[in-house]
Each structure stands twice: as C-alpha cells, then as structure tokens.
Unconditional design. Structure first.
Length: 285
C-alpha cells in the first residue's frame, strides 16, 4: 500500500464506508440520527461528502453500527486524516472548480492513465511549457495568478520523482500534442526531450497515437483515470473542461472510459516506437 496519504482520498473512502455500514445495519438515516442525537440531513451530508464528520461523530456512528476494535480505530483515524488540509488547499482559489479535488485524489493514486489530444499532461510539462499553456488558457487571470497555477503544476510532479512510492503514469498522446509548438521552437524542443527522458523511468509509460491511425474512441476529448492502492477504493475518471472539472461517480461511466483507454493503447505505437517518434519530432525542431 502506498505511503502517500491525501485528505481528499481519505474523505472519499470514509464517505463510502459510512454508506456501507449504515446500509448493512438496516437502519434509515432518521433512525441513525435519533440514536446519535443528530438529524437525518447531517447523516446524509456525511454520506454524500458535503460535510466532513469529526472523529467524535464517526466514533458515535461506529457504536450505532456495532463496529469495534481495529475497524473502529481505523475509521476514526480516517476521519482525522480527512479533516486535514493538503498543500493544494491554499491554492484552490486560483484553480478551476473541481481541480483541487482532483489534485487531492491524484495525490494518493497508485496509477494515473491519461489521454491527451492537444497538450502534454501536466505531470510531464517543463516549467516554460506549463507557463505557455497556462498563459494561453488563463486569459482573465493576472500574472500572479498565472505564477501560482504554474507553481501548483510543477509541485504535482513530485508524485513522479519525489517519493519512495512514485505514481505509475501511463500517458497516451495524440500526435497533435507533439506537433503543436507551444511556447515556440526552443520551449517545444525542450519539452519533447523531457518526454523522452521521462519515458525511460520505470514508472512512466508514454504511447503516441499517430495521425495515420484515424478516428478513435476519444476524439471527443481528454480524460484521466485514477486507480488507488487499496482495493476498497474504486477507480475514478476525471473530465476537464475550460471552466471546471468533473469526477463522475457512476461505475458504468468509469467502465466506459476504461474500455476507451484500452482501445487507445491498442491503436498507439508501443513505448519504444513512441520514444523514437517523439525524438524524431524533437530533432525536426
């Protein structure tokens, strides 16, 4: 199990556990609320993630559900961890709605599978490339806000390099990602060379879908799949738009994107051919 811990991921697990325990108990939210001296709305907010319960609240709920010993201690500790603040919390005002939650989930993920049709994934961007992308897309932001967003993006990259359990990254890139000259010739060459270097890491896999592959299942846009080290935490998909990010909780939606990613990897070059292709594009610059 990964040693990384994220309040966002801990909260997601706690929410699921509280739902499961109440359903297994056969009690309604009204009945649970009566037993702990609360309201059914409060129980609903705990179970839907709108409110992060205090450790004392979770302890009271475990008594109602008959949970004791190590399982009870684990849930109470999870509540403590869920109420902490990750490093990204102080930057939430500079980020698009929903993206701070994604960063929190990414921080505890064991595997990230990313499809990008237009730009290099944030986890692999050089700082000059990241700045060029952010300046182009943050047309209403001040220079200081751009600086903050660049800082957040670079800080996330510690997941690839800065821990004893680095995240596993599988990135599928459309050829357009390599051809679009973001930031100019020198910035783009440096970025492509970074991709070649990253592809040599044991925890990074990069595949390129060439233009010649034609249409594919993800022509509608980018997406990212996260997997977690504990089997109780289901995979999730993150969908990003210009003004917001979304994490659908429907398992069927996650399954659909998982199948899409498998289709993309089947169409893409292998890792060695992709590395050679990226290096050739860089040489052309």
């Amino acid at each position: 199990m990964a040693s990384r811990r994220s309040p966002t991921a801990r909260h997601r697990r706690l929410m699921a556990e509280l739902n499961r325990l109440r359903e297994n108990s056969g009690l309604s939210r009204v009945e649970v609320a009566e037993r702990i001296g609360s309201t059914d709305t409060t129980i609903w907010r705990y179970e839907t993630g709108l409110t992060r319960p205090k450790p004392t609240d979770v302890a009271a709920l475990t008594t109602v559900y008959g949970v004791t010993g190590q399982e009870r201690d684990s849930l109470v500790q999870m509540a403590r961890e869920a109420r902490q603040r990750g490093w990204w919390h102080r930057h939430r005002q500079a980020l698009k709605p929903g993206f701070d939650s994604y960063i929190g989930l990414e921080a505890e993920a064991s595997v990230v599978r990313s499809y990008e049709p237009l730009v290099v994934p944030g986890l692999m961007q050089t700082e000059p490339y990241a700045r060029a992308v952010i300046e182009a897309t943050s047309i209403t932001h001040t220079p200081s806000e751009v600086d903050e967003k660049v800082s957040v993006r670079i800080s996330r990259q510690r997941l690839l390099h800065g821990s004893s359990d680095p995240i596993q990254l599988v990135a599928v890139l459309d050829e357009a990602v390599l051809r679009r000259r973001v930031g100019g010739r020198e910035v783009m060459r440096e970025q492509l060379e970074r991709l070649v270097d990253l592809g040599r890491l044991p925890n990074v896999e990069i595949r390129v879908i060439p233009f010649s592959a034609g249409a594919h299942a993800a022509v509608d846009g980018k997406f990212c799949l996260l997997s977690f080290p504990e089997p109780e935490d289901p995979d999730l998909v993150y969908l990003e738009q210009a003004a917001s990010g979304l994490v659908p909780e429907d398992p069927e939606e996650v399954r659909r994107y998982t199948l899409m990613f498998g289709s993309l990897t089947a169409m893409a070059f292998g890792t060695e051919a992709s590395a050679a292709f990226i290096a050739q594009v860089a040489k052309e610059l």
